[in-house]
Design a binder for this molecule. Structure first.
Ligand code: 3PG
Length: 466
């Protein structure tokens, strides 16, 4: 009998199946299209993989309690598979969706399967194709009972954190696994935005792609060490096989997105969490895809962008410092959103544990997660930026961060990522914001009332008299 069932043999599903079989698991694999299953088995046969050709065959070939992992496209396909396989499952079995589903869908699915006793889990998996094969970061959401069953296989196939522990953990009930993955992706969007903006400033200063690659490489040997910096350095060195030159110069500047960044921004609005940069990073991808409008607009202002008033060495150092401060603010916004969601949805999400399982395998793995985890362990739940060590770090970045941002803005280089992270930092550390005037205006035209600084209660003023 097999120990794990895997449904959906796209590249992620195939790699997860191989990862499981390499760790000694017997895996029964199934794809809706028979040829896909046969091709996979004939290509990789003899390694503990058994084919199944129907949902009931998957169920029949598994030991109880069954573990079934779904790796199908988020949306209707997940509902279809659940509908086709759940009649063959029993109470105590674990059915897990490892795709990028919206956490609300996961909540709905868990709720509808609950009476059957089938444990439904929404599992965030990060690491791309390579991670699925060699060890991803795995964020399991769902009933804690299911985690008892999933813990061993998920830990066995996952990456390792800095202390050698598996990057797989239970992160809370129902939709929490997919929510944590959504926040992971939102941080990913912001960090990529920041790296892109650094590249933009360097280009305006006439650095070559090779020089920018060297700088990213250098940053990656210091405090900002991260997977995204590492691959940015590599991408900038890649030559174009079709027409020569650097490949990056041939790629259309129109960024796409599959939805998780947008969902995170929507969740910020819904929960009232001021993670400015999540909205900005998703929306700046939209701005990039306004390519035709930008072409028309920029033709009205040729030679609009100036060279920033920065020396090359100065730019390199200041941007490196600014990047490290801004990156901390990106993670701070992520953990602040997780804290709000955990309170709103009643999840028992351990934020320090999230910082641990993001240390290996996932796209946002970065050295700074060690310090973030320590801050969270010492109780910096309001904001990791209030942790004394992280706060000191941010203050140290301040001067260079502001200097490079203002020089680049003077030169008319757009920096939504850097300005939004800086605005987040400044607003968070400002005791009195000008929102009192907003409240007064709301009360003036809409009688929306306001609260006062000097006494309890709700007040309204008849402004016509003043
Ligand atoms: C993914 O989850 O596939 C990526 O990390 C994010 O995808 P996107 O950039 O296409 O939204």
């Amino acid at each position: 009998m097999a120990s794990v069932g895997l449904v959906g043999l796209g590249v992620m599903g195939r790699n997860l199946a191989l990862n499981l079989s390499r760790r000694g698991y017997k895996v029964v694999v199934y794809n809706r299209t028979k040829e896909v299953t046969d091709r996979f088995i004939s290509g990789y046969g003899g390694s503990g993989l058994t084919p199944a050709y129907s949902p009931d065959e998957v169920a029949r070939k598994l030991d109880a309690p069954r573990i079934i992992l779904l790796m199908v496209t988020a949306g209707k396909a997940v509902d279809d598979v659940i509908r086709s396989i759940s009649p063959y499952l029993s109470s105590g079995d674990v059915l897990s969706d490892l795709g990028n589903s919206h956490f609300r869908d996961t909540q709905r699915r868990e709720f509808s399967l609950d009476p059957s006793g089938i444990h439904y889990c929404g599992v965030g998996v990060s690491g791309g194709e390579e991670g699925a094969l060699r060890g991803p970061s795995i964020m399991v959401g769902g009933p804690s009972k299911a985690w008892e069953i999933l813990k061993k296989p998920m830990s066995d196939i996952s990456a390792r954190a800095f202390d050698g522990t598996p990057c797989a953990s239970w992160v809370g009930e129902d939709g929490a696994g997919h929510y944590v993955k959504m926040v992971h992706n939102a941080i990913e969007y912001v960090v990529m935005e920041l790296i892109g903006e650094c590249y933009g400033v360097f280009k305006a200063l006439d650095f070559s792609n090779g020089e920018i690659s060297d700088i990213f490489q250098l940053w990656n040997e210091g405090r900002s060490k991260s997977y995204l910096l590492e691959i940015s350095a590599k991408v900038l060195r890649r030559k174009d096989e079709l027409s020569g030159g650097d490949l990056v110069d041939k790629i259309l500047d129109s960024a796409e997105q599959k939805g998780t960044g947008k969902w995170a921004a929507e969740s910020c609005l819904e929960l009232g969490v001021p993670a400015f940069s999540f909205a900005v990073a998703a929306l700046d991808r939209s701005m990039s895809s306004f390519k035709l409008v930008r072409e028309k607009a920029s033709s009205l202002e040729p030679n609009r962008v100036n060279k920033p008033n920065l020396g090359r060495r100065e730019a390199q150092e200041a941007l490196g410092t600014a990047f490290s401060g801004a990156q901390l603010c990106a993670y701070a916004q992520g953990f602040s959103l997780l804290e709000a969601a955990r309170n709103e949805y009643g999840w028992h999400t351990d934020l320090a544990e999230v910082a641990r399982i993001w240390q290996g395998g996932c796209i946002i793995r970065a050295d700074l997660l060690k310090q973030i985890r320590e801050a969270l362990l010492s109780g910096a739940h309001d904001s990791i930026l209030l942790d004394p060590d992280i706060h000191r770090e941010i203050v140290k970045c301040d001067k260079a961060w502001r200097n490079v941002v203002s020089r680049a803005l003077e030169a008319r280089i757009p920096l939504p990522g850097f300005t939004s992270t800086l605005a987040y930092r400044d607003s968070l550390f400002t005791e009195r914001l000008p929102a009192n005037l907003i409240q007064a205006l709301r009360d003036y035209f809409g009688a929306h009332t306001y609260r006062r600084v000097d006494r309890e209660g709700v007040f309204h003023t008849d402004w016509s008299g003043g």
